[in-house]
Design a protein around this ligand. Sequence first.
Ligand code: TYD
Ligand code: MG
Length: 460
Amino acid sequence: MAKPQKRYVCQACGSVASRWQGQCADCSEWNTLVEEAGAVVTPFAAKHNLQGGGRSVVLTSLDAEVTLPERMVTGIAEFDRALGGGFVEGSATLIGGDPGIGKSTLLLQAAARMALAGHSVAYVSGEEAADQVRLRARRLGLGNAPVQLAAASSTRDILTTLSTGAPPALLVIDSIQTMHSDLIEGAPGTVSQVRASAQELIRFAKERGTALVLVGHVTKDGTIAGPRVLEHMVDTVLAFEGERSHQYRILRAIKNRFGGTDEIGVFSMQSEGLAEVANPSALFLTHREEGVTGATVFPALEGTRPVLVEIQALVVRLASGATPRRAVVGWDSGRLAMILAVLEARCGLSFSTAEVYLNIAGGYRVQDPAADLAVAAALVSALSERPVPSESVAFGEVALSGELRPVAHGPLRLKEAGKLGFERALVPIAVAKDGKGEGAMHLTGFRTLGQFVDHMLGRG
Ligand code: TYD
Ligand code: MG
């Protein structure tokens, strides 16, 4: 057997160096280089002709016949929605999320539902003993589902087992970081192990038409642990998000070769597992009181789905010359700095000697640029101690010039706000013109942020 060459793999980005360095040359992370053995030609690799002497591939034309892959619905509508209509045969899906967020629970529920619907389903846990999984299934009321359960972590053992007989329609691997491939050296969870194990499992899935689901751990900055290549290797990447202290969870498609990436599934964690939330707006809108300053309701859009959330701001004047704090939960801090700058430079409001706190209620994370105007409204309201008119929502993008830009799907946002009992909307002028005749909503349009601030402060 050839002597394996020493190499050092960055555990953050997966890049390879020939010498150890304190800092990764590619991603600049410190102390992430770990020695890993290089690829060795194993009997398996030699037999499968993995090196040299390739076979010729068939080249075909783009307009050749296509057979659309079959989809299997999980029966959990919110899950199917995030997947773009269910699992695709022979595809690989990666689900990432913080520990304890509910990945295993969600997948066990989906596996059980699919098994009860007549699909053959295998659930392999590398983290929990079979009894633990069984107990959880029982607690979820799914103890009688015909799921094939295994506690294993060797990919060779798993694939050997599944290769005898008909392959399962769905194979869940919980988690890919606990899997171990003997084609390569190294402890489970290292970049090369994760990559090699995933490769073997994905090859099996493609060859046998099994829908493969890999659970992936995330690092503290929220990316899926191990190499980014894992995200390239799979067809679909889903993120399971939420605050552990809050009930709700969002399943978001980040990449999907078989569907859109703008759909989300919304769940709430109950004592009997994850329940679907068909109307998320009611979940995120906390109980609202009249006349509170520093709060606005923002009709966010998740894909094609409107979700109303409350944006809260707190402005605290500082007496001393200390550097004021800016803290943001649930929104981009760079974007907050930008809105503050525009309010200062274009609207004559001063936040420079005040601490600013911004929070999205319910632990929700807003990514929609249309939140700018709602954030500005909350900030102006907090600064001036005047409440935003009740029964109103605000949305629109703020440009650096102070102009208000229209945003996508204005009518959809207005419709949702109307459904939840809101009567007024503060919007960019273009939205106000477009949105005429949108039910009973009263629209007030503004051309610039300055005009909007004047309106809020009752100036001219
Ligand atoms: P789990 O699915 O194990 O999370 P992950 O696989 O992402 O690490 O979820 C564990 C958490 O969910 C745990 O803190 C308890 C909670 N939970 C419930 O609240 N209700 C339930 O019915 C179940 C099964 C778990
Ligand atoms: Mg788990």
